[in-house]
Unconditional design. Structure first.
Lengths: 354, 558
């Protein structure tokens, strides 16, 4: 029995005793069950399994710690009203915000952060990681780490633009439909149904093969695919607001549609729309990555996470995890955005108010 | 600290519910704030206790606590004791408490429509509790339900239970809910404002039914309400609450005859506000003249049938009637939201375009509305300064400092401190303050005519009285004409000059207030007038004797 195993169990037992002594019931139950599971794990898997548990716990603790610190940092620098809202954020949301923040920094300052150029060939193909190349080289000998940094800029930026465009079109149409009603509402609704009835990937492939894989075409295609969903949600949310007495009061005052949308309806529907924005961003992001993987998205040599997975896919057969790194970057961002969106949904659902 | 002498000798029975030093905290997002600050309550078997107080006094919270339940965001303080029939509820487990609820303690909510599950039949919801607690078999429970429906004088007791909640009227639903609460023959029922949402005529039948059934089964009850006249009919003992503290407790007769505390006296005095009646100015053209209006909603039946009445400048016309009588529809026709199918609305002798979209800015400015629910009438995401300032900006084109001083002026007019409320949002205000903002928004347009749609019915009596006084003052200062839509005849008595009584979309009777309140009345007016609860504890008994038990509410023959 190595020193590590002894320390491992000593730590767990002392921690559970302390938790029990200070009557932290849930903490105690968690730690002590872990202790008992570890006995079995230790017998079955040996010290390796225990080391794995310890590392996982340490990573989780590290993530929790950095999330907590980041949340406190945001509270400290935010203005008072925003700080009050931030205090209600759970650790997962703080973690999500931290990841998004990191990606944003990486994307914005890519040329300064990345050690090498985006399409600069600096070594042999599939060279292993060394001091110069943190994550090794790709199939043409370009630095993987630099390409991931640039990829944040390209993939995330593209997805963000496409989502914004989808939201602009969908939300505007939804608000107008809710305010105007009648034939306009019917027409927009049926039009949205028509777009939604076409499978999204096939629609995107069609558009891209007709107009060629340019950035602007990708943005338009993705925006058209996702706008109907936004339209439906906005129309439903605005529909609930439109029947309120204050809208009636404004209509009787003689206000125009634009004032109603801008000053009366929009402030009351932002919360669900922002939450939806987060969700749609994930879907758009995955669709863009999927298009790149199929070779119809962002074209080489521009770095892009989706195509990076495809280009390096052969390495998988050799048991190398390099192609999984851009995939992990996609997964991490998706999870992070969802953490933040969950928090926003919780805020807008009104669950906190009794 | 129970005043045992307050309980009539005949009712002196074993104690059922004993609450000692009840303290409940509410969570405001950051800290726990006390809501209930140490209330004692003793309830004997078969006794009915009335809890009264303004909203926010903690009535409903105490009602829920009597079941050992703390609503979300609240917690019962460890020092409190709630003893139900010898069982201490604060320390018993959730499972034990759950076993009590429904079987031994039942709850009747304010809105029966919102409390019934719309997708199950009434009788299935009724039998759920007795079957769940294995008190009765399903068929037995159904038979019992039908018997209870009969006792509560529901029409077609054998059949009504097999309807869905939306197929039954509001008053019937409230009675069905009382029957449901009775299904396990509980020892204690908590009635949380069961008649607040009902019309006066419907309220009577529910009150009579509740009182009978509580008597018949000797059930103890806590009756929560803010309507004193109602509590006077129902309760043996009255407890007055203010901001989570007990003001006083007395037997009903004593409480009504000689209230001790100042606060109680002020509650009692609320209904005394009355304004001298004004006569129609001679040879004046009516400000608003509704002429032979017929109206219906798209494809539906006629909601208004040949409605005509006049409103003269500076006068208050009260439009009364139960819900569904077409009062609010008339207002919608006048404002132009619902173009009439026949007839027209004249403004100072000139016909108004039937649709509001066709009216000029000035025509729109002249007629303003104040709504019943200030919560939905004020946009929660817009600052007070903009809510009030927008009409001024929109109609008069005021800008910058002129606009700000106009908003300040309006806030002064509604007796709210401008510097304090200028930048606030509606959710930060109390119900009465919100209603005042609604009034200020209407005034900002500088109208000559304001439609007040049930403006006081969602408010407590003290607050409502303040609003009525404010409206009265504004009327004399600004020479406004009001159309006052209400079902509360106390409000009519307080503020109206003329009264229009509506039933089934028709004007039944109209005339000056004094004439309307002196007999002979139209039978329907008579029914409305006699249905308004009075402070006399024997009022309901007398009324039921006069009308006959089966001749109240919807069953009443007009």
């Amino acid at each position: 029995m190595g020193l590590f195993v002894i320390l491992y169990f000593a730590f767990l037992i002392i921690a559970s005793c302390l938790a029990a002594f200070y009557e932290k019931r849930s903490v105690f139950l968690m730690i002590f069950s872990l202790t008992m599971v570890s006995f079995v794990l230790g017998i079955v898997g040996g010290a390796g399994a225990l080391r794995f548990v310890a590392i996982t716990a340490a990573v989780l603790a590290f993530a929790a710690g950095i999330s907590y610190a980041f949340k406190e940092f945001l509270i400290a620098i935010a203005p008072r009203n925003a700080a009050k809202e931030l205090k209600t954020a759970p650790l997962t949301a703080a973690f999500g915000m931290f990841v998004i923040f990191t990606y944003a920094i990486a994307g914005i300052f890519a040329p300064w952060i990345a050690p090498h150029g985006e399409s600069e060939v600096i070594s042999s193909a599939f060279a292993p990681a060394d001091a110069n190349m943190l994550l090794g080289a790709d199939q043409l000998g370009r630095d993987m780490f630099s390409r991931i940094i640039y990829g944040a800029r390209n993939t995330v930026g593209l997805a963000l633009l496409a989502t914004l465009a989808a939201f602009f079109m969908g939300a505007l149409a939804g608000l107008l439909a809710a305010v105007k009603g009648g034939w306009f509402d019917q027409f927009m609704g049926r039009f949205a149904d028509v777009i939604m009835s076409i499978p999204s990937l096939i629609f995107a492939l069609l558009m891209l093969s007709i107009f060629g894989p340019q950035i602007i075409v990708i943005i338009c295609a993705v925006a058209i695919i996702y706008a109907p969903r936004v339209f439906r949600l906005t129309r439903a949310v605005a529909g609930n607001v439109v029947v309120m007495d204050y809208i009636e009061a404004a209509k009787l005052r003689g206000e125009g549609d634009w004032y109603l949308i801008r000053r009366e309806i929009l402030p009351n529907s932002t919360a669900p729309l922002v939450a939806e924005f987060g969700l749609e961003f994930c879907f758009v992001f995955l669709l863009v990555a999927g298009l790149s993987f199929l070779g119809l998205g962002i074209q080489p040599p521009t770095a892009d996470w989706g195509s990076m997975v495809r280009e390096n896919a052969t390495l998988i057969s050799f048991g190398d995890i390099t192609p999984l790194i851009p995939a992990a970057a996609i997964a991490l961002l998706t999870v992070a955005v969802n953490f933040v969106v969950d928090w926003m949904l919780w805020r807008s659902s009104g669950l906190k108010e009794m | 600290m129970t005043d045992t002498s307050a309980i009539a000798p005949g009712l002196k029975k074993s104690v059922l519910l004993k609450i000692r030093d009840l303290k409940i905290d509410g969570y405001t997002g950051e800290t726990w704030v006390p809501i209930i600050k140490g209330v004692d309550l003793t309830l004997h078997r078969g006794e009915v206790m009335g809890l009264i107080g303004e909203s926010g006094a903690g009535k409903s919270t105490i009602g829920a606590a009597a079941m050992g339940y703390a609503r979300d965001g609240t917690r019962i303080n460890p020092g409190s004791s709630i003893e139900f029939d010898g069982i201490e509820l604060t320390t018993s487990t959730e499972a034990d408490k759950r076993a009590l609820r429904g079987s031994r303690i039942a709850y009747v909510a304010q809105s029966a429509a919102a409390s019934f599950n719309p997708s199950h039949k009434l009788i299935d919801q009724h039998t759920e509790a007795p079957v769940h607690y294995r008190i009765k078999k399903r068929m037995e429970a159904q038979e019992d339900a039908i018997e209870l429906y009969e006792r509560l004088r529901l029409p077609n007791p054998g059949e009504i239970g097999f309807r869905y909640p939306h197929q039954v009227s509001g008053g019937q639903l409230q009675r069905a809910m009382t029957a449901m609460a009775m299904s396990c023959r509980p020892d204690l029922i908590i009635f949380d404002e069961p008649t607040t949402a009902l019309d006066v005529t419907t309220q009577i039948e529910v009150l009579a039914a509740i009182r009978d059934i509580v008597d018949q089964f000797n059930t103890a009850a806590i009756y929560i309400t803010h309507d004193l006249a109602v509590v006077a009919q129902m309760a043996d003992t009255i407890k007055v609450l203010l901001k989570g503290e007990e003001v006083e407790q007395q037997s009903t007769e004593k409480m009504l005859a000689s209230p001790k505390e100042e606060y109680t006296k002020s509650l009692w005095a609320v209904r005394s506000f009355e304004r001298p009646q004004k006569a129609r100015p001679k040879d004046a053209t009516p400000l608003i003249s509704v002429k032979n209006i017929d109206a219906s909603y798209t494809g539906g039946e006629k909601v208004l049938d040949d409605v005509s009445f006049d409103i003269y400048p500076g006068m208050t016309v009260a439009v009364v009637g139960e819900s569904g009588s077409g009062k609010s529809t008339t207002a919608r026709v006048i404002t132009g939201l619902l173009p009439p199918s026949k007839g027209e609305v004249l403004f100072k002798g000139e016909p108004l375009p039937p649709k509001y979209t066709d009216r000029s800015k000035d025509q729109l400015r002249q007629a303003q509305m104040i709504y019943q629910m200030a919560d939905t009438a004020l946009n929660p995401k817009v600052r007070i300064s903009e809510i009030i300032g927008r009409p001024a900006q929109f109609y008069s084109g005021l800008k910058g400092t002129a606009l700000k001083s106009r908003v300040d002026e309006l806030l002064d007019l509604i007796e709210l401190e401008p510097s304090k409320y200028y930048d606030r949002f509606p959710p930060e205000l109390s119900g009465g303050q919100k209603q005042r903002i609604g009034i200020a928004r209407a005034l900002a347009a500088e109208p000559t005519f304001i439609i007040c749609d049930e403006v006081t019915s969602a408010l407590d009596q003290l607050v409502a009285e303040g609003i009525l006084k404010l409206l009265d003052r504004l009327q004399s200062e600004l020479d406004l004409a009001y159309m006052f839509i209400t079902h509360d005849l106390a409000t009519v008595r307080a503020i109206a000059d003329e009264v229009v009584v509506m039933q089934h979309g028709k004007v039944v009777e109209q005339g000056p207030k004094e004439e309307m309140f002196t007999p002979p009345h139209h039978p329907y007016t008579d029914l409305l007038l006699s249905s308004v609860p009075e402070m006399d504890p024997n009022w309901l008994t007398t009324l039921l004797e006069e009308r006959g038990v089966d001749n109240v509410g919807e069953a009443a023959d007009v």
